[in-house]
Design a protein around this ligand. Structure first.
Ligand code: FNR
Length: 184
């Protein structure tokens, strides 16, 4: 069985980020055949500038390589002022023209049930970028006031079940994307 490689991106630059913790809990719950790696360099990307296309800095090329080489991407992002954080949107802007997200299976986790605007906006951006958004794997997590670390999140029965369900659904979505591209 071929291993599935997933790239996890937190939209928060905070050191103690609930979105980062959620992604690390997801990785802790992943089965053997599913490897989750983290992209933690959002804050090192320059602001997107179309003038730099063709002479992109190494940080941008690295972001593109990591997305290209992943079988799927999972994003967990906070909401700021009803929008997607600038750092997260900036990273997406860098791959609009280069196309690494085209047909790429993507799941969006939402750590805050209140944050519906950024969730909808992120999904819209990914859809217009032709990513293969997996609704079954994109779940809202009822973290609420639970200030749990990643081990606590992974040990919480309700959260762990939602995360395991998201992983199962995402693995299925990635396998059917593989079949579709093999048949094309
Ligand atoms: C927020 N937060 C927030 N939450 C929300 O549901 N709607 C919103 O519009 C905003 N706006 C907002 C603006 C700013 C400047 C900050 C600092 C925060 C709350 C924020 O999304 C929440 O604390 C997340 O849990 C932060 O994610 P991390 O950093 O813990 O991953």
């Amino acid at each position: 069985m071929e291993r599935i490689h997933i790239l996890a991106i937190s939209g928060s630059l905070r050191r103690v980020s609930s979105n980062g913790r959620l992604l690390r809990a997801l990785a802790a719950l992943a089965p053997e055949d599913l490897a989750i790696e983290f992209y933690d360099e959002l804050g090192e990307l320059p602001h997107f500038n179309p003038d730099l296309e063709g002479s992109e800095p190494p940080s941008v090329l690295e972001l593109r390589r990591r997305i290209r080489e992943a079988d799927g991407v999972v994003i967990s992002s906070p909401e700021y002022a009803h929008g997607v954080p600038g750092a997260m949107k900036n990273a997406l802007d860098w791959v609009v023209g280069s196309g690494e997200l085209v047909s790429k299976p993507v799941a969006v986790l939402n750590a805050s049930p209140m944050a519906a605007h950024a969730d909808a906006s992120l999904r819209e951006t990914l859809t217009v970028m032709s990513a293969r958004l997996s609704p079954e794997a994109s779940v809202r997590m009822p973290l609420g006031a639970k200030n749990l670390d990643e081990a606590g999140l992974a040990a919480n029965p309700e959260i762990a079940e939602l995360l395991r369900g998201a992983l199962r659904a995402f693995a299925e979505a990635i396998k059917s994307a593989r079949k579709a591209s093999a048949a094309a």
